[in-house]
Design a protein around this ligand. Sequence first.
Ligand code: NAD
Ligand code: FES
Length: 277
Amino acid sequence: MHTILSKKSLSPNVTRLDVRAPRIAQIRRPGQFVIVRSQKGHERIPLTIADSDAACGTIALVVQAVGKTTRELVALGVGDVIRDVSGPLGNPTELLESGRALCVGGGVGTAVVHPIAKALRESGVSVSSVIGGRAKEWVIFADELRRCGEVVVCTDDGSDGRRGFVTDAVREMLEAGGVDIVYAVGPVPMMRAVAELTRPLGVRTIVSLNPVMVDGTGMCGGCRVDVGGEMKFACVEGPEFDGHQVDFDLLADRLKTYHEFERRVDACADGKCLIRR
Ligand code: NAD
Ligand code: FES
């Protein structure tokens, strides 16, 4: 049982939950994630560990409420318990040892970039971040990332920072030179666009993939992705991969697989059941 010790709304559909999980807080490394099940029999949800405090025994989970299960999770309050938190899962981030890293976060993906930027900064690497959201209220983790280095905020409507997608600012920073590696996490089209900017420049680009996951242990095959023409399981061989090798078309296609089913489940929750029996 894992007690929720604090809860904070970060954007209109993104919530931060600081949860008691002492063992995970001690051993987790940037890039790793947990699988959470709020109650017995409920759906399992993979969530990035956005931060941790080993002394307090807590981990920070960032949840985007997009379906029935994630809405139920963010409806929990301080003092409530999450039944299962399994992890840390996945491979830790390949961290640059010296030089300059550019961290790119799109929407809720910015929470995934934060522990990477923090670890790089702690090891003495120079960190710049470009983060984006649809509008000011959708930009998350800006203050935390400013503690790691320079931050450029981008919003689609120009309500905070510069107007436009993160890729506009990334292009300019790459053209200015001096970037040794890029870490990009966000929507699939964003990660693909960043990888296409860095490819001709030969700048190593790490992306964090978010395929559907079930067990998180390499047994179900739900999270399979194509990287460099080989099938990989994101839960045990990722979730981070070389962005220049990822088949983003296949990833986008597989992410759509359950959309219709989720729409039906949501309709049921609203009292308009569409599931054929
Ligand atoms: P969003 O759709 O609001 O986009 C956030 C920002 O990403 C935009 O403001 C823009 O700057 C950039 N962006 C979006 N589309 C782009 C494009 N075509 N080209 C260049 N830049 C683009 O983001 P959201 O609603 O927060 O959704 C985040 C997505 O990230 C979800 O689809 C979620 O599944 C995914 N995600 C990925 C991971 C991961 O590990 N890869 C983790 C969490 C979430
Ligand atoms: Fe089942 Fe990765 S989630 S194999």
